[in-house]
Design a binder for this molecule. Structure first.
Ligand SMILES: Cc1ncc(COP(=O)(O)O)c(C=O)c1O
Length: 362
């Protein structure tokens, strides 16, 4: 029996598509006639093998990946990738380059720095409180790679066009906008995403790596920190996060079969964010915090005239069944995270609440 569900605007872990949750519920006790739950079957069984292979195939189809790309599932979330990337992919005598657009980029930069890599930060939007995406920077073509965060979950900014490069492989932390829109994987050496925003439960990152990048992995790294280990063992050198991968597969199936692919997903996401930004733009009560040309279709960040009103807004919204609207603890304000699974009905309900609150409190 299902309880009452809220309109979930959490930043991550975040809303999952209801049909996916229902499918999980339906087959949770007896997975496809196995007499076991998917959380009880062996990761070496045919049942789980089908799950992980299907998840990989779906990612390949959605992103139009060629055979030169490997799809991996690595425990430790996106944060472990901050460390594995420089460890595996920094070339001797060549710098690693980064663009700093907020907390998560800063963390990625820190992990490269503490490994003693030659870190070159090409641009940063820190002087304007990370409220925009830099466009004016010089790419170092001979660098080992260029890392950027495609969507900045905390500040609500997003790269609308990726950095233009000739030879240097792009690496992107796509945790908070992965599979929200189509893009050309051609210039990318590696893409990674913590699953808990757009594609599943927390604890695992999906990592898409080009084969020639993996060839850089030094031999003397610990086994579990090498990309080559995950490639050689189909992400099963040890016991993977079976349940997370199972849910990822169902979410990818939902994007493919119910939504109809990434073009349609992007159209829906544009429409959802457009509704909220239009109303914020028309109001002098709500104020968006991100520069217009950089604002995120995934995390809509905004302020009210005072912190007291912000607290009241979040508390009253929660009472009305609108959850997760408090801004990140490091920046305050309000944030509506509207990932793939957030339906247009939730956006409309939020909009109604915002209008009522403004009329009452202004
Ligand atoms: C853009 C981005 N990168 C990285 C992370 C960290 O992910 P994880 O908790 O999986 O390490 C987050 C949020 O949690 C994020 O929003």
């Amino acid at each position: 029996m299902m309880g009452k569900r809220i309109h979930n605007f959490n930043a991550g872990p975040a809303a999952l598509p209801l049909p996916v949750l229902e499918e999980i519920q339906e087959e949770f006790v007896d997975y496809k006639g196995s007499g076991m739950s998917i959380t009880e079957v062996s990761h070496r069984s045919k049942w789980f093998d089908d799950v992980i292979n299907e998840a990989e195939e779906r990612a390949r189809r959605l992103l139009k990946l060629g055979d030169d790309f490997k799809v991996l599932f690595i425990q430790g979330g996106a944060s472990l990738q901050f460390c594995m990337i420089p460890m595996n992919l920094a070339l001797v005598g060549k710098p690693v380059s980064y663009i700093n657009t907020g907390t998560w980029s800063t963390k990625a930069i820190k992990e490269a720095s503490i490994q003693g890599k030659d870190v070159q930060v090409l641009a940063s939007s820190e002087e304007k409180d990370f409220s925009y995406i830099p466009t004016d920077f010089q790419v170092i073509e001979e660098a080992s790679y260029l890392h950027f965060t495609s969507n900045n979950t905390i500040k609500g900014t997003q790269w609308m066009e990726f950095p233009q490069v000739k030879d240097v492989p792009l690496i992107s932390d796509m945790s908070s906008d992965f599979l929200s829109r189509p893009f050309d994987v051609g210039p990318f050496g590696l893409i990674y995403a913590g699953a808990q925003k757009n594609i599943g439960p927390s604890g695992t990152a999906m990592v898409i790596i080009r084969q020639d990048m993996a060839e850089r992995t030094p031999e003397d790294l610990p086994t579990m920190l090498k990309y080559t280990t995950f490639i050689e063992k189909n992400s099963m050198f040890n016991t993977p996060s079976c349940f997370t991968i199972y849910v990822i597969n169902l979410v990818l199936k939902w994007i493919e079969e119910t939504i109809g692919g990434l073009e349609e997903m992007a159209r829906i996401n544009q429409e959802k964010a457009g509704i909220l930004y239009d109303s914020i733009d028309q109001s002098d009560f709500y104020r968006g915090t991100a520069a217009k040309e950089s604002r995120s279709l995934m995390n809509v960040t905004f302020r009210l005239p005072s912190e007291d009103l912000e607290s009241k807004f979040v508390a009253e919204a929660a009472k009305e069944g609108l959850g997760g609207l408090k801004g990140h603890r490091s920046v305050g304000g309000c944030r509506a995270s509207i990932y793939n699974a957030t339906g247009i009905d939730s956006i409309k309900t939020l909009l109604e609440f915002m209008t009522e609150f403004e009329n009452k409190e202004r």
